[in-house]
Design a protein around this ligand. Structure first.
Ligand code: SF4
Length: 288
């Protein structure tokens, strides 16, 4: 029985999840609506242009396994392997005997070397996710309306398979690749920002600022926290004496501590606060 991953990967024994790493496009729609043909065309074009996409297919069937009863890998899983792998000269199959959410699948794909993700299905999850570009496959107008009305974030387009739909398919592939390029720029910009969501810039949040940077409407220097950095520093005192640290190390420690503290319930961080953390050890108890 597959074990469910923790929501958004936090607390997962594999340590997966965390912030988004890869641009993601999902191809959604009902059965036999042309999803796989569209995914195939998109993967081929991404590959042709030098991208390294990961493809993930959602299987709704309860109890599904890609493994077959009686094979060696199946026997390994039955005997309790958390991960069962089969390695041959040209392919490696990894069967993880638990369910993963999209954030964890993304982290796994990123760790293995993918630079983008193409999801087939997962409509219940991705319709709500503004960070995922969506292509809706719909043979009937009411299906297109159903998915469009519920989709948050970018809908790249609607595909209706049939005679004369090849041009539409090519246009959607181009649209998906443009979305992936834009997302890559946005994620790179997001990685430059402190992630404190302090609301002090005109964009109000790090995500919105990252989008503005990726669209050429802002620069990282517009972040108030980055702007005030030169006057900020972290100080480490051990046993009453300050430990000399380089500016770069000081900034890493300062940003990490602010990042951790900003995640605590009820704490709002601007980025220029003084924070004092004291680790109380036996030395102080003895002397104090
Ligand atoms: S000022 Fe910087 S840290 Fe604060 S919300 Fe804007 S981009 Fe994020």
């Amino acid at each position: 029985m597959p074990k469910a991953d923790a929501p958004n990967g936090k607390g997962s024994p594999m340590g997966l999840g965390g912030p988004a790493r890869l641009p993601k496009v999902a191809v959604i729609g009902r059965k036999k609506s042309g999803k796989t043909s569209l995914v195939e065309a998109l993967l081929r074009e991404l590959r042709r242009r030098g991208h390294r996409p990961a493809a993930v297919k959602h299987i709704a069937e309860k109890g599904f396994s890609i493994d077959r009863a009686g094979t060696d890998t199946w026997r390994h899983s039955e005997a309790g392997a958390e991960i069962s792998m089969a390695a041959s000269e040209g392919q490696t199959a990894i069967i993880l005997n638990r369910e993963l959410d999209i954030a964890s699948l993304e982290a796994l794909a990123s760790a293995i070397g993918a630079d983008s993700m193409v999801l087939e299905g997962f409509s219940a999850k991705v319709l709500e996710d503004e960070g995922v570009g969506k292509i809706i496959c719909a043979a009937r107008a009411e299906d297109a309306e159903y998915y469009s009305a519920r989709a948050k974030g970018k809908v790249i387009g609607v595909y209706s398979p049939g005679p004369g739909s090849a041009d539409a398919l090519n246009g959607l592939v181009e649209g998906a690749i443009a979305f992936i390029s834009g997302e890559r720029a946005r994620l790179a910009a997001r990685a430059m920002l402190p992630g404190l969501d302090c609301g002090r810039c005109e964009w109000g949040s790090c995500d919105r600022m990252a989008r503005a940077i990726s669209e050429g409407m802002a620069g990282a220097g517009d972040c108030e926290v980055i702007r005030s950095k030169p006057s900020l520093r972290a100080e480490i005192i051990v046993g009453g004496a300050e430990v000399p640290i380089q500016r770069f190390a000081s900034e890493i420690i300062r940003a990490s501590v602010l990042g951790m503290v900003s995640k605590l319930k009820g704490v709002s961080i601007r980025g220029d606060e003084s924070i004092r953390i004291e680790v109380i050890g036996r030395g102080r108890a003895a002397s104090g």
